[in-house]
Design a protein around this ligand. Structure first.
Ligand SMILES: [Mg+2]
Length: 237
């Protein structure tokens, strides 16, 4: 590979997994109606990312064993492992950034032989049939509990080309700083509305095709607006 080497950051819920595991978890073991209301408030900006998690966790009634068993039953995108192998084979770092919860990410990665991938997310402590959410990466962002934009700034330098793959509202801060964006669902709409250049995808097969070509030809380029935003942010961090 010639030229710039990318650093890849990937969302977890609905991107690596087929469904949003966090949402499914809170609907199954919490209060579905309250969860839906809280998510709507978060999407409209009435509730912060941290506020959303704390609210949803209030209603949860589950044992740690049940929660972990439920996690292991969640399926992932069939082509994700292939994408990960491509990155590993070419010495490209891949990191999962999630505004979801650590226990299900760890369980699902392990169940699929992918435990080696580093991830940064919120944490959960189990206590009898209750959970409490811990927010180790709160950064002051009002939209996110674990702001992926902040994570990218902490984990990259001026020479990196940032690749981001995501699907939802919790990826909004990340794509501002990403040079190459793969988007679907709500994130795709956000990129459209905010003039952020992106590649649409449905599964990691689509990502593999586009990203694989860039890897083979060494044609990773910085996106001017993302580079400026990162430069500004590195100066003020
Ligand atoms: Mg997602």
């Amino acid at each position: 590979m010639t030229g710039l080497t990318p650093k890849v950051f990937v969302d977890f819920d609905g991107t690596i997994t087929r469904v949003d595991v966090g949402n499914s978890f809170f609907r199954k073991f919490g209060n579905e109606e309250e969860s839906l209301k809280a998510v709507a408030k978060w999407k409209s900006g009435e509730l912060s990312g941290s506020g959303l998690l704390v609210k949803e966790a209030e209603y949860v009634d589950v044992s740690e064993t049940e929660a972990r068993e439920f996690s292991r039953s969640c399926e992932i995108d069939a082509a994700f492992a292939k994408f990960r192998s491509l990155c590993t084979d070419h010495g490209i770092e891949i990191t999962i950034l999630s505004d979801g919860l650590d226990f299900y990410i760890a369980e699902i990665l392990e169940a699929n032989g992918l435990s080696g991938i580093p991830f940064y997310s919120n944490s959960v402590r189990f206590d009898t049939r209750k959970i409490s959410v811990e927010l180790p990466y709160e950064s002051g962002c009002t939209k996110c509990a674990n702001c992926k934009g902040h994570q990218i700034l902490m984990r990259t330098g001026p020479d990196d080309v940032v690749v981001y793959i995501g699907n939802g509202f919790s990826d909004r801060c990340a794509v501002e700083y990403a040079d190459m964006v793969f988007a679907k669902d709500d994130l795709l709409k956000y990129c459209e509305e905010n003039n952020i250049t992106y590649y649409p995808y449905q599964s990691f097969d689509d990502v593999l095709a586009k990203f694989g070509k860039a890897v083979m030809s060494g044609t990773f380029r910085k996106r001017h607006r993302a580079e400026l935003k990162r430069r500004e942010a590195y100066l003020t961090e």
